[in-house]
Design a protein around this ligand. Sequence first.
Ligand code: UDP
Ligand code: MG
Length: 139
Amino acid sequence: MERTFIILKPDCMEKKLAGTVLSRFEKAGLKIVACKMQQLTDSLLREHYSHLTDKPFFGFLCDYMKKMPVIMAILEGEDAIAKVRELLGPTKSADAPAGTIRGDYGDKSIVTFNVCHASDSPESAAAEIKRFFANNEIF
Ligand code: UDP
Ligand code: MG
């Protein structure tokens, strides 16, 4: 059993796709063990996207990620980290095949608006779960 961390990003919230996206994860056998709604801040985003702070799109990404409350969750299941990344598809929605979450719902022209974040490794999953959830919020 493995746990991974997801964020339903502002474009997902705006398009009212939260239920649809969570349902894809549940149908794939993943279980929601934590879930909350929160508006992200610059300081959280600087930590969360620390690998991107020197990129030209970093300011645009942060402005977008903090513009409205998002849903964050922890999903549990066998091979959860790889499984959720596979369900999402690649970062660029334009490159994501139909049937993946980003392929079906992401913005094909603006890379930033790609519906959902998911941890990309056991190390990032552990760090992200710790960053965004207290132990007593995980069930
Ligand atoms: N992003 C962007 N432009 C790019 C690459 C990434 O706006 O050229 C955004 C996009 O929202 C992506 C996020 O930055 O999901 C984090 O980038 P990362 O490379 O970690 O991709 P992910 O792990 O989300 O697939
Ligand atoms: Mg990433």
